[in-house]
Design a protein around this ligand. Structure first.
Ligand SMILES: [Zn+2]
Length: 432
């Protein structure tokens, strides 16, 4: 797929040996198949776009398509320029989209790389020299109390039936952060410039959840009300003293904080983004049982559902995934990381049969264990992305291993996971 897109772009620019028509038809075919294979999960989105001899058009609604009133029109001759804009001046690409047409008057300056941060550790081998890598440690818990609030907290009571002698507690946010820190050190030792979206106890807003609530909840509620995301009664509810922390977290904080992570990552302009999560058995709704299941999987963007093109912003991201090679590169790097997960962790790769959400919410890619899924980060992050879901925390063996050590950077299993990410990324970056 990746090679095919490169070929398409290459041919588009240097078409001298091929007939223009043949070239155009192969572009149309490639992008049409890309939508069908990776982006349109339920085969319901054809009313929002068209790919034809004229170019690529995005529509706000099916009736706009009938009237041929596109909200954005990209002629084939402008495709290479718009693709380059995603690489070189990402911040303008949505502005361009909003004007309705590829617009050459919007400034697009090439931004020099590597000028932002100096790494502290001297590189040993430099195999990733100058590569900018963003790491997002999933969730925010730095203790079990916060893990409870975000419902990412495993508590398994000691019980002879489940083979656990002492009770086990794990907060996923503590595992992801420790993994991120260990991975960061390894990548920096190879010369990479690494950015983390949060610290151990502070979320992407640069403060704890409790501090955010004190400082920013009211403004957040007001602005969500203004754009119609909250109704009047919800606004009153969230401004009252009776509101539960869990509701604030779930309805107001969580998506805003994810949007902040996206903003930080896109400002950093990474070459790759790594999102770190640990999985659980989907049937263990309360995170209080053990399971025999254990799988690894990775997600990339795509698999938009019937109602997933409801805003201009979402339709713009659909177009970005279609016309840039972010998706092809995401699949390639995720595939490399998946192979490393399997060999380093000795945990099998998930097939589509292994979880309901893979069948219902994902599209398979040509890489084992790599699935298109329309999650917030893969949708909005403008770089190739690896969204890893390693091993099941509630697996009978894994939960025992993961519960060891209060400082999770000292946990052997977490160290193995960080190593698996590192080897997968390095392999991809050095064998391309
Ligand atoms: Zn998670």
């Amino acid at each position: 797929m990746k090679t095919a897109l490169n070929t398409v772009i290459f041919l588009l620019i240097t078409a001298s040996c091929f007939s223009q028509d043949k070239l155009l038809q192969s572009n149309i075919k490639y992008l049409t198949e890309k939508v069908q294979n990776y982006l349109d999960k339920e085969k319901t989105l054809s009313g929002y776009y068209s790919i034809s001899e004229l170019g690529i058009k995005m529509y706000a609604s099916v009736s706009d398509k009938v009237k041929d009133k596109p909200e954005f029109f990209l002629e084939w001759k402008h495709l290479p320029d718009y693709q380059a804009a995603f690489r070189n001046c990402n911040q303008y690409t949505f502005d361009i989209y909003k004007t309705g047409k590829y617009n050459l008057t919007i400034p697009c300056l090439r931004v020099g790389r590597g000028e932002l941060i100096d790494y502290i550790y001297p590189p040993i081998e430099n195999r990733l020299k100058g590569k900018k890598i963003a790491i997002d440690p999933g969730h925010i818990a730095h203790n079990f109390e916060m893990g409870d609030l975000e419902k990412k907290h495993i508590i398994i009571k000691g019980d002879s039936l489940n083979g656990i002698t002492d009770s086990i507690e794990i907060a996923e946010g503590m595992l992801t952060y420790a993994t991120a820190i260990l991975l960061k050190e390894k990548l920096e030792a190879e010369g990479a410039i690494v950015f983390l979206t949060r610290t151990a106890d502070k979320c992407a807003f640069g403060k704890t959840y409790q501090q955010w609530k004190k400082d920013d909840l009211k403004t957040a509620v007001d602005s969500l009300y203004k754009i119609g995301e909250l109704k009047a009664w919800q606004k009153d509810h969230f401004n009252s003293s009776k509101v539960k922390d869990r509701d604030i977290f779930r309805v107001v904080f969580r998506d805003l904080e994810l949007a902040k992570r996206v903003e930080l990552i896109n400002n950093f302009k990474p070459d790759y983004t790594v999102v770190i999560h640990y999985n659980v058995d989907e049937t263990n709704l309360d995170w209080n049982k053990t399971t025999n299941k254990n799988y690894n999987m990775c997600f990339v963007g795509g698999a938009f559902m019937k109602n997933d093109l409801s805003t201009k912003e979402k339709r713009f991201e659909f177009l970005r995934l279609l016309i840039t090679d972010d998706l092809e590169k995401s699949i390639a790097i995720s595939s490399s990381v998946m192979k490393s997960f399997e060999s380093e962790l000795k945990v099998p790769t998930a097939t589509a049969r292994d979880a309901k959400y893979i069948i219902e919410g994902c599209l398979p890619t040509e890489a084992n264990g790599v699935y298109c899924r329309n999650l917030q980060l893969p949708r909005y992050v403008h770089s190739p992305i690896v969204y890893g879901e390693t091993l099941y925390q509630d697996n009978i063996n894994e939960c025992k291993l993961l519960s060891a050590e209060t400082d999770k950077t000292k946990n052997k299993r977490v160290q193995q996971v960080a190593d698996a990410y590192f080897k997968g990324i390095l392999n991809f970056a050095t064998t391309k």
